[in-house]
Design a protein around this ligand. Structure first.
Ligand code: FMN
Length: 185
């Protein structure tokens, strides 16, 4: 089982970066091979149909190949103005233009981390719409880490074992779905 994992934040001390690192470790503990990408490798020039007609950017072709090589994706998204970052939408827009479209039929686990009391719920919900439109199997249990600015210790580990347990449950469910989809192929 190969999984691509990334946080859709470019900043160094990203809360979503910490969360996706833990999610990737848990997935590995459950037997998955995880390609943990830095988001700076996945961002692209602004989508422009005129540019597309001249050829896809290298970043898009590279990400398309990376997605083709996995059965599932885990993405931890920040919440920007009640939605997910435009940088991620731009990469999805480019990917959606590739043929065959590499996201179609893949499973995706959405996670989010935000300092607010409601976490990144609205970003996670907003992100599920384009992913579903693109034919992905979006896990119904979106993992949202609220008060995320207080959630990690200095080593980047979750302080509350119950939150770790809940995250582990979501990852295990996701991997079971990925596995069952493979069996159906
Ligand atoms: C442009 C912008 C908009 C934001 N809008 C929201 C928001 O709507 N809801 C929220 O909970 N946090 C919002 N935040 C705060 C982010 O959740 C916070 O900066 C978070 O740490 C970003 O994720 P990261 O740590 O992974 O980079 C916003 C931050 C920025 C920079």
């Amino acid at each position: 089982m190969r999984i691509l994992a990334f946080s859709a934040s470019l900043r160094k001390d990203s809360l979503n970066g910490k969360l996706i690192e833990i999610a990737a470790r848990l997935a590995r503990e459950h037997g998955a091979e995880v390609d943990l990408a830095d988001f700076s490798e996945l961002v692209m020039p602004n989508y422009n149909f005129d540019v597309e007609k001249q050829g896809f950017p290298q970043e898009c072709i590279a990400l398309g190949k990376r997605v083709e090589g996995v059965q599932g994706i885990m993405v931890s998204t920040p919440e920007y103005n009640h939605s997910f970052p435009g940088t991620l939408k731009n990469s999805l827009d480019w990917l959606s233009r590739l043929r065959p479209m590499p996201l179609r039929g893949k499973c995706v686990q959405i996670l989010s981390a935000a300092p607010s009391l409601v976490g990144g719920n609205r970003a996670a919900e907003a992100l599920s719409t384009p992913l579903e439109v693109l034919g992905m199997h979006v896990m119904p249990d979106r993992f949202s880490l609220n008060t995320a600015n207080e959630a990690f210790d200095e080593q980047g580990e979750l302080l509350d074992p119950k939150r770790l347990e809940r995250l582990d449950g979501a990852i295990q469910y996701f991997l079971r779905v990925v596995k069952s989809m493979q069996l159906m192929d």
